[in-house]
Design a protein around this ligand. Structure first.
Ligand SMILES: Nc1ncnc2c1ncn2[C@@H]1O[C@H](COP(=O)(O)OP(=O)(O)O)[C@@H](O)[C@H]1O
Ligand SMILES: [Mg+2]
Length: 347
C-alpha cells in the first residue's frame, strides 16, 4: 500500500433487505482515496452513491446494512502507527466509529439544513465537534468558529457566528456545513452532492473553496455528484458508478478524453455544452435506472447500452479490464482488447 492512501475501500457491499426484495445498493465497490487528492464518484440517481458514502461512516439506516468488504482508514502520515482501522468491522453505533466521525472522516450533504440545528447559533454548531473531541471551553470554541468561518470565506464571520442557520442563504449554510466538517481537521472529507441544490454561481464558488481547502490541508476528498460538468471542475480521479458497482475508473483527463465504458460515454454526452442551444443541449441517456431490487443477468448496463451485443452482454458478467495505468473498466466489449485483465496490483 503506497503511503499516500488514506482510505481504501475493498469489495464493499451494502444491502437493503425488505420483505419483498433485497436491494443491493452497493455490490462490490473498490475505491481508493489519497491524501490531497479528489476522487469523484459519478452516476445517475439511484446508483448507490449515497449508500456507499454513508457506509464509510456507518450511517446506513436499517433495513440497510454493510454486509461485506473492508473500509480501511489509514492513520495520519506523521504517526509511527501504520495499521489501518477497518471501519466496516466496527459496531455502527459504537464508541470507535463515533470517534472517527467528524474527527478523522467528516461528511457534508446536499441539504445543509438536514444536519444543522434550528435552535443553536452557527458558532455553537461549528465549535461543537471540537468541544466534544477536545474539551476546549465555549469561549475558545467561539473564537475558533470565527476563524473557521473566515477560512470558508463567510463575509462578516464575527456577526454570522452568533446568527441562526435560517437567517442565512443556501450558499452560506453550505459554507457553515463545510466549516463544521473542517473543525477537527479530518483526513477525509466526504461531500455527497454538496452543490446540487445551489445556483450555478454559488456552486462554482463552493467547488473552488473545496478545491482550495483540499489543497491547503492535504485531506483526501471523496466527492459525489451526478454531474460530469462538476467532475470536470474538481476531480483528480473519477469512479463511474452504475447500479451498485464501479463500471469504470481512472484519472480525470483520461476518463474525459478516452472513455471506455458505454455508460461513461453516455454520461459525458449528457453534459450541457456551453453556448449550445436549448434543443440540442441535452442528450439524455436512453431508458432509466431499473427499479430497486431488479435482478439483471449479464452486464448491469446492457438493457440501456447502445453497444450491447445480444447473447453476450445479457448473459455474461464483465470482469475488470485494465486499459492503461491506473484505469479499470468492466465491459465485455473491452475484454480481450488487452491481456492485463484482473490485475490487482495495477491499482
Ligand atoms: N432506506 C432504504 N430502503 C430501501 N432501499 C433504499 C433505502 N435507501 C436507499 N435505497 C436504495 O438503494 C439504492 C441506492 O440509493 P442511493 O445510495 O440513495 O443512490 P444515489 O445516491 O446514487 O442516488 C436505490 O435503489 C434506493 O432505492
Ligand atoms: Mg444520493
Amino acid at each position: 500500500m503506497t503511503e499516500d492512501v488514506v482510505l481504501d475501500i475493498q469489495n464493499l457491499r451494502t444491502h437493503f433487505v425488505t420483505d419483498d426484495a433485497v436491494v443491493r445498493a452497493v455490490d462490490g465497490v473498490d475505491l481508493t482515496v489519497r491524501r490531497g487528492r479528489t476522487l469523484c464518484v459519478v452516476g445517475e440517481s439511484g446508483c448507490g452513491k449515497s449508500a456507499m458514502a454513508r457506509s464509510i461512516l456507518r450511517l446506513v439506516e436499517p433495513p440497510g446494512r454493510v454486509v461485506g468488504g473492508r473500509i480501511l482508514l489509514y492513520p495520519p502520515a506523521d504517526t509511527t502507527d501504520t495499521e489501518p482501522t477497518d471501519l466496516a468491522s466496527l459496531h455502527p453505533t459504537g464508541k470507535e466509529i463515533r470517534s472517527v466521525r467528524g474527527r478523522d472522516v467528516a461528511m457534508i450533504f446536499q441539504e445543509p439544513m438536514s444536519s444543522l440545528s434550528l435552535v443553536h447559533t452557527v458558532g455553537d454548531q461549528v465549535g461543537e465537534s471540537l468541544r466534544v473531541h477536545t474539551g476546549i471551553s465555549r469561549r475558545r470554541a467561539r473564537e475558533y468558529a470565527v476563524e473557521l468561518l473566515e477560512r470558508v470565506r463567510v463575509p462578516g464571520a464575527e456577526r454570522v457566528v452568533d446568527s441562526y442557520p435560517f437567517q442565512l442563504s443556501g450558499g452560506m449554510r453550505q459554507r457553515v456545513m463545510i466549516a463544521m466538517a473542517l473543525s477537527c481537521g479530518p483526513r477525509v472529507l466526504i461531500a455527497d452532492e454538496p452543490t446540487t441544490a445551489l445556483d450555478v454561481t454559488t456552486q462554482a464558488q463552493i467547488l473552488d473553496l473545496l478545491a482550495d481547502l483540499r489543497r491547503d490541508s492535504g485531506m483526501g476528498l471523496l466527492f459525489i455528484t451526478h454531474d460530469m460538468g462538476v467532475v470536470a471542475e474538481i476531480a483528480d480521479e473519477v469512479a463511474v458508478m452504475y447500479l451498485g458497482i464501479v463500471v469504470e475508473q481512472g484519472p480525470v483527463d483520461e476518463i474525459f478524453h478516452d472513455p471506455q465504458h458505454p455508460y461513461t460515454k453516455a454520461l459525458l454526452e449528457a453534459v450541457p455544452r456551453f453556448g449550445a442551444s436549448e434543443h440540442d443541449r441535452l442528450t439524455t441517456i436512453r431508458g432509466t435506472v431499473p427499479a430497486p431490487g431488479t435482478e439483471l443477468p449479464g452486464c448491469v448496463f446492457h438493457p440501456r447500452c447502445p453497444e450491447a451485443v445480444e447473447g453476450l452482454c445479457d448473459t455474461t458478467t464483465p470482469k475488470v479490464t485494465v486499459p492503461g495505468p491506473g484505469r479499470e473498466v468492466r465491459c465485455l466489449l473491452r475484454e480481450g482488447t488487452t491481456d492485463r485483465e484482473e490485475s490487482t496490483d495495477a491499482r
